[in-house]
Design a protein around this ligand. Sequence first.
Ligand SMILES: Nc1ncnc2c1ncn2[C@@H]1O[C@H](COP(=O)(O)OP(=O)(O)O)[C@@H](O)[C@H]1O
Ligand SMILES: [Mg+2]
Length: 275
Amino acid sequence: MSGNPYQDDHGNHDASITNRSGGGHMDSAPGSAAKMHTGDAFLIGDSMTGGYGKTGPDILHNCTIAVNKGEIAVIVGPNGAGKSTAMKATFGMLNLRQGAVRLDGEDITDLSPQDRVVKGMGFVPQTSNIFTSMTVEENLEMGAFIRRDDYRDTMAQVYDLFPILKEKRRQAAGELSGGQRQQVAVGRALMTQPKVLLLDEPTAGVSPIVMDELFDRIIEVARTGISILMVEQNARQALEIADKGYVLVQGANAHTGTGKDLLADPEVRQSFLGG
Ligand SMILES: Nc1ncnc2c1ncn2[C@@H]1O[C@H](COP(=O)(O)OP(=O)(O)O)[C@@H](O)[C@H]1O
Ligand SMILES: [Mg+2]
């Protein structure tokens, strides 16, 4: 099978679905201190402090999350820790009182979410991430809203990545299973050819088998050079595929390391991974 950048990991990384200038390579230095630097990461929410509205209390406290080119960074932590808030802040849906967001070295702190999409960010929120009364294909078309060029190739690539969506393209998205809906949501976000994809709990409410499948697809997307910043409840499984992991507690960074490091950390295991 050819022509699908997501399923080609045999050398010819023709990542035509990706925005080429965002393409990266895997940095293989697991565990090295250098890898933990966020200063030169592709996307950084740097030392973010802020909450909802103008007068709401701070939810994030000096919180930093980042992802390198073509890598997978995973954010875990208890319910209410501020994981979704950190994602929203990075996407520009929160007024930060302190801190900055930088994409590929550019300060984008003052940009609207829509302008961030133009810059190469894709966001799949935790809830309400598809249009249930529209067909699968209409959802993908909605995803392409900022594009003025021909997006049919991108749609074909999304269908190659998620073949079930092609089969069900004329069906209302609301009729699909949980795992298939999440595929629609991710596919919709891919339609803008993002350089970095923010996924808030992409495997929420799906079976372990479907979770594994979704993770496999997410790895394929990362291999095309798209950075993945992902919140996950399935902490152990997510850290297994993570280049980098963040444990957030009460809006602040509690632990940061490679996925491997965090999985091996006794305190992280005890407190967040069930021993
Ligand atoms: N839209 C909102 N308005 C006000 N407070 C909110 C809103 N969304 C979340 N919060 C609050 O922010 C805190 C963190 O929530 P959230 O980021 O959703 O946590 P997590 O995703 O880690 O479960 C919680 O105390 C929650 O009540
Ligand atoms: Mg959340």
